[in-house]
Structure formats: C-alpha cells, structure tokens
Design a protein around this ligand. Structure first.
Ligand SMILES: *Cc1c(COP(=O)(O)O)cnc(C)c1O
Length: 312
C-alpha cells in the first residue's frame, strides 16, 4: 500500500516512536481513569488507536505492543488495511472500529471487513435497517455491534442524529433490528473547546443522552458505552465518563496526505487551512481542493485544523 520509502521509515524509526507514544497514551488513560470517582469506575476506558492514512506497518507496530482496537473512517481504506496479508496473518485478534460517516451504498462493503468489531457511526433508522438486513444475510449466528452517533452540537452540517432522536433510533434498533447489538453512543464534539470555560458541552450532552436512554429502556449506565475523546481531549473525556477514546495523531504522528498534483505532499497541523464561505478547504484524492460542503464525508470538526481527503 505505501511506497518503499515510507515503509522503511515506519519499520526503523517510527516503530519505536509509535510504541512509546502508545505507552504514554495508555499511561495517561490509566492515571485519569483511576482518579475519576462516581462515573463508570468498573472498567478502564478502551483505547481505539485511529490508524487512518497510516500504512499497515504502523498498525503492526501498535499491535505488537499489545494494542487490539483500531479505528478507521474511510471504508475503502479499511477494506484495504483489514485485508492486508501481514495484518491478517499476524493480527488475529485485531478489532476494527468503523468511525467514519457511513453511506448506504457502502453498507455491503463495510460489513465484509474481516475482524470488524463495531460500527460507531449509525445515525438513522434508515442506515440501521440497511445494516440489519445486509448483516443478517451473511452472518446468521452473531450480531453486529453498533453505536449510535449523536450530533451533540446541533450544527446542521455535522453527522449524527439529533440528541432528541436518540431514543427513537435506539428503540428502532432494539425492536426492529435483531441482527444488530446496540452497545453505546458516540460523538465527535468540538475539538477546540476551551476548558477554562468548563467541561465540554458536547460531552455533557452525550452523557445526558445516555441517562435518558437508561430511563427510557430501563438500562443501567454500564450497559451503554460512551465513545468520546480524541488526541487533544481524551483525558478530559475520560474525566467526564468516556469509556472508549479514539486517539490517532498522538500515537501515529501527524497525518500525511499525498498531494498528487501539486508540489509534494501536504502534512497536517502545518500552517493554516484556508477557510472559504463554505467552510475550511480540504484536499481530495485527486489533488483538487474541495470545501467541506461538497465533500460531505463527516470530518467537519477535524477539517479546521487539517486538510482531509475524501472517501473515494
Ligand atoms: C481522525 C479521527 C479521530 C482521531 O483524531 P486525532 O485527533 O488524530 O486523535 C477520532 N475520531 C474520529 C471520528 C476521527 O475521524
């Protein structure tokens, strides 16, 4: 998948770097979670290592260090990586989380992923139904784990269902989708929230949704996972009660998007991203710059700090 140069780089230099960053993140997770008092103290939060844009060698480095859960948010990239020969052979116990926006026309692709653990981004009854039907055709014995993504900030251009619809969507899944297992709620939330203004309201909102579900369906808090927190706010998210954090760049380094037409590759986190009236600009796979609106791939909160590519 990657060019020879980047493979060599990953195997010699980055392998150790990835493993030491992974250790740092795991240590931080265990320190913050040991300090939290009343919220879900029963289990240590799970770390999902987000390997998007990174080569299979990066996944292998983390896996060899004991990491089992990995997250990807582009369907085609996940298909490629999960079917990588070395990963299939050496990472027998790998657990893939799909964390990107899921379009209906990709459902039959995503459910074929080997070692797919959970789809975190179900946002509507329509997509749940489609997953349910497709999954039941191929996997009669076991249910597909899913989380419902919530648009906690209520911005129109963001993915996820409205907080007021969570019970309806979850009810539909529980009653009408016997092939799906609802395991929790997920949000991306604002990544640039200033903590001096108090806890991140997106995170608070997701916890409110969880409590409402407990009431509506007679569930206990432990029955509902909370997937929130990324590189820059996972400790804060854990303090509030996150049970699953999705950390990418802190483990694997800044993301790197090859630019096929312009002067060499573009890295993330370097310099400002030009903002147009349609939102921040992003780099598509064909090297053209597209705006958030016409891309529509669900990376809106990330795009402010980095150029993202499309799913195709
Ligand atoms: C990319 C991504 C992450 C990881 O982001 P980092 O800031 O690199 O940790 C987490 N969640 C989702 C949905 C993502 O797309």
């Amino acid at each position: 998948m990657a060019a020879n140069i980047s493979q060599a780089e990953v195997s010699s230099v980055s392998r150790e770097k990835i493993q030491s960053s992974l250790k740092t993140v795991l240590d931080k997770i265990s320190v913050v979670s040991s300090k939290r008092s009343d919220v879900c103290t029963t289990r240590q939060p799970r770390l999902v290592a987000v390997s998007k844009t990174k080569p299979p060698e990066a996944v292998l480095a983390a896996y060899d260090f004991g990491q089992k859960h990995f997250g990807e948010n582009y369907v085609m990239e996940l298909i490629e990586k999960s079917n990588d020969e070395e990963i299939l052979e050496k990472c027998k116990d790998i657990k893939w989380h799909f964390i990107g926006h899921l379009q209906k026309n990709k459902v039959n692709k995503v459910i074929m992923i080997p070692n797919l653990y959970v789809i975190e981004t179900v946002e509507s009854e329509k997509i749940a139904q489609s997953l349910n039907t497709t999954w039941s055709k191929f996997n009669k014995e076991r249910q597909l784990k899913i989380m419902v993504q919530v648009n906690t900030s209520g911005e129109e251009n963001k993915h996820g269902c409205n907080p007021s619809e969570v019970s309806k969507v979850v009810g539909f899944i529980k009653e009408k989708c016997p092939s799906l297992e609802f395991i929790g709620l997920m949000t991306i939330g604002s990544f640039d929230h200033d903590l001096s203004n108090g806890p991140n309201p997106d995170f608070k909102k997701l916890l409110e949704c969880r409590d409402k579900l407990c009431e509506d369906f007679g569930l206990s808090r432990e029955d509902i996972e909370i997937s929130m927190g990324m590189s820059n706010d996972f400790e804060h998210a854990i303090e509030l009660g996150s049970t699953s954090v999705r950390v990418g760049s802190t483990i694997f380094g800044a993301r790197y998007y090859p630019n096929k037409t312009a002067n060499g590759p573009v890295t993330t986190g370097n310099g400002p991203v030009k903002t147009t009236e349609n939102g921040p600009e992003k780099l598509a796979d064909d090297g053209t710059v597209k705006t958030e609106k016409n891309l529509g791939i669900g990376l809106e909160t990330l795009s402010v700090k980095e150029k993202e590519r499309s799913d195709q």
